[in-house]
Design a protein around this ligand. Structure first.
Ligand SMILES: [Zn+2]
Length: 125
């Protein structure tokens, strides 16, 4: 199933929100607000999307960690697998806010995709 140029109808929206809800639960994070179009990014208050507003279109997805907000760039996501990967990638950013991209990050994404549960984030002192 290709999502490119597929109309972002209410069914697809709901399906995506459900997926995000399931993963958020497994990762023990609050369910983030989900933006699915660059229009929605631009419509958010500036302080919510600071750092990536007009550049958002370039990315498959973005995580605004402190705001509990993610952007999934549906126009760039070409199939179900891409969608799943992008959701898990952005939610791993939310669950492991201190961690940047790299081997450990990728390992956590793979574990997340396989259905692993993560305990709640404990702030380090
Ligand atoms: Zn990332």
């Amino acid at each position: 199933m290709r999502l490119v140029h597929v109309k972002l109808d209410p069914d697809l929206r709901l399906k995506i929100y459900e997926k995000v809800g399931i993963y958020a639960n497994r990762f023990s994070i609050p369910e983030p607000r989900v933006l699915l179009t660059t229009r929605e990014v631009l419509d958010m208050p500036r302080e919510m999307t600071e750092g990536a507003r007009t550049s958002a279109y370039k990315y498959l997805g973005l995580s605004y960690n402190k705001q509990s907000l993610i952007f999934l760039n549906i126009r760039k996501i070409s199939d179900e697998k891409d969608l799943e990967n992008t959701i898990v990638h952005e939610l791993i950013h939310q669950r492991f806010p201190y961690l940047s991209h790299g081997r450990r990050f990728n390992k956590l994404v793979r574990q997340g995709l396989r259905g692993k549960k993560f305990p709640p984030y404990q702030k380090r002192k």
